[in-house]
Design a protein around this ligand. Structure first.
Ligand code: ADP
Ligand code: MG
Length: 260
């Protein structure tokens, strides 16, 4: 466990609002005949930092992909910032503009510079003037501590730098919620810390975050809630100290014994 790799943060400064950011009720999803998500109930308040853990194949990616409609659910309700996710494309666009997503593989455009990666959507989707989009991009590239890389291409950057570009690119769309799907899993150990530190700063800024990660040190330092999934269900959830020290279900105990 890489607890040492993440610095402690002052949780007392991190405000969780009573306002609901994401509300998922009795949600089910199938891939063909495979029942991948079962009766998911999850309410996330603004300012929460949630870590989702669980074995490979348990449905973690599918769940967070449903939140910005990269995947469609078949029953139940998903409401994001008060907008219910249905087939209405207007609602989907609106939700996607509120929700940023960062993937394991950074998914940067290799033929565009770092700056162009960051300004593409603001210019073409948000119709921002180029100057303004570039100013915003430089602000967020500075925030993730790589302003000097702005004119390089992704292939010229380390994995950790590329992932920080991906985070900056998301932030340029001014999301109110950030979803992370194993953002450090493809990185060499020495680069994991720089990405986790960026995520910690986002948390300190009050961003509502859902992170699928195996970094249990990060979970302990940053999360206010850890959710354990297995076989398409939320098996258990608790604040980190209780989750790690006093797991309730046998499945959680087994999982923790394997990763800690
Ligand atoms: P996790 O992120 O927890 O590893 P996933 O959400 O990626 O799990 O996958 C959950 C299950 O759904 C796995 O059994 C996986 O093989 C299956 N699955 C994922 N994506 C698809 C897909 N597009 N079509 C069919 N099955 C899928
Ligand atoms: Mg996954």
């Amino acid at each position: 466990m890489s607890e040492d790799s993440t610095r402690r943060i002052d949780r007392s400064q991190m405000h969780i609002s009573t306002e609901v950011a994401i509300d998922i009720r009795n949600m089910n999803k199938w891939y063909g005949s495979f029942h991948v998500l079962r009766d998911i109930d999850l309410t996330v308040h603004r300012g929460e930092r949630i870590v989702i853990a669980g074995p490979s194949g348990s449905g973690k990616s599918t769940l967070i992909r449903c939140i910005n409609r990269l995947e469609e659910h078949q029953s139940g309700h998903i409401v994001v910032d008060g907008i219910e996710l249905t087939n209405d494309i207007k609602n989907i666009d609106k939700v996607r503009s509120e929700v940023g997503m960062v993937f394991q593989h950074f998914n940067l455009f290799p033929h565009l510079t770092v700056l162009e990666n960051c300004t593409l959507a603001p210019i073409w989707v948000r119709k921002q003037p180029r100057r303004q989009a570039e100013e915003t991009a430089m602000h967020f590239l500075t925030k993730v501590k790589i302003p000097e890389q702005a004119h390089k291409y992704p292939g010229q950057l380390s994995g950790g730098q590329q992932q920080r570009v991906a985070i900056a690119r998301s932030l340029c769309m001014q999301p109110r919620i950030m979803l992370f799907d194993e953002p450090t899993s493809a990185l060499d150990p020495e680069m994991i810390k720089e990405v986790l530190d960026t995520m910690i700063e986002l948390a300190e800024d009050g961003m509502t975050m859902i992170c699928v990660t195996h970094e249990m040190g990060f979970a302990q330092a940053v999360a206010n809630r850890v959710i354990f999934m297995d076989q398409g269900q939320i098996v258990e959830q608790n604040e980190p100290r209780e989750f790690f020290n006093n797991p309730q279900s046998e499945r959680t105990k087994l999982f923790l014994s394997q990763i800690l």
